[in-house]
Structures are given as C-alpha cells and as structure tokens.
Design a binder for this molecule. Sequence first.
Ligand SMILES: [Zn+2]
Length: 194
Amino acid sequence: MRDSLLPWHQSGGGPPFLVGGASAFLRSSSYSNYYQARNGQAPRLFVVHSTRSGADLTDDQERIGTLNWFQNNPYQVSAHYVGDATGGLTPVVPLVYAAGHAGFHNSYSVGVELTQPLPDTPYTQGHYEAAALAFDLTNHWLALMGASPIPPRHVFSGLERGVIGHDETEQGRASGKSDPGEPWQWDYFLSLLK
Ligand SMILES: [Zn+2]
C-alpha cells in the first residue's frame, strides 16, 4: 500500500455544475489546489468526513471557511465535495483526481466533508441529502467511466468496497480522527443511497 504522495497539482478555475430535480443541489465549484492522479485506480471507497473548525461558527461561515482552507492550507488537505446544512453540495476536486482527505486511502477513495463546526453540532436533513447526492454523483461518474459502482453498504475497513466514516478507516484510526462521529446516523444515511 502506497502511503507517499505524488506532487500536488495547481488547478485552474472551473465551471459551475448544476443538477435539477434533486432536493439537494450543487453550489458553484471552488476547486482546491490539492489533488493528485489516481494512478489508474477507480474509486471503491466513499469516505464521510466533517469539517470541525472548532469555532462556534454559522453553517455558512463553516462552509466558506472550509472552501478557503481547501484552496490554501499548509497540509495540502482537500476533499471532493463539501456538503452543508442547507443541502448544498460544492464540488471541490474533480472525481478523476484523488483528494487529500484520508492519507493512504486517497488514491481509491472519494471524500465528502460535511459542515460541522463542533463535534456535537447536529447534522441536518440537508447534510444527509448532500452526502447522498455526492455518493450518487460518484456512481454516475463511475458508470460513465465503465467502472463498477461503489456499493451502498457501510464498511469498517478502508480496504473494502463501500461507505465508511473517516474515524473508521485505518488511516483515521491511526491518526485519532473522530469524524463524522456520534451525531451521524448511519442507518438513515444508508437508507438514502441507491
Ligand atoms: Zn475527516
């Protein structure tokens, strides 16, 4: 298992994406500066994160702060999507690239970050719908690429195919991650996945 990173690329801007008919919606894109090649690996793992700035911020402040952080931070962290409390989903890193969200799991995973300023901030219906939309978009893209979909099942190892919390991955456990944490209702989330 590779755990070193290739050099990260600088990105340009990108066009906004719009999806109709869903209760969750895509905000205009805000690409991160931190992404890398997948080395031919189709994503097989969908990782749920929460942002946790640690400050008592509004949801909108947390969203904007996260997008700014993904543009420019000393750790080169990023995620494919940021989902917020209103159901908004912001594409950040194109799925064809790996994002910097789960260490050695990056090359074969997709990461969604949900706005949660503090570890006990409850998730909203919008967060669940935004995360489900991110999962759906991932599988639509995999189908277009002729790759197998990520199964809508909860797994407890980043080496399996499915959906996992950052705190449940090998990398997350090794680095003491606790997101998305106790407030995240897995049964409800899984019920939204196709
Ligand atoms: Zn995380």
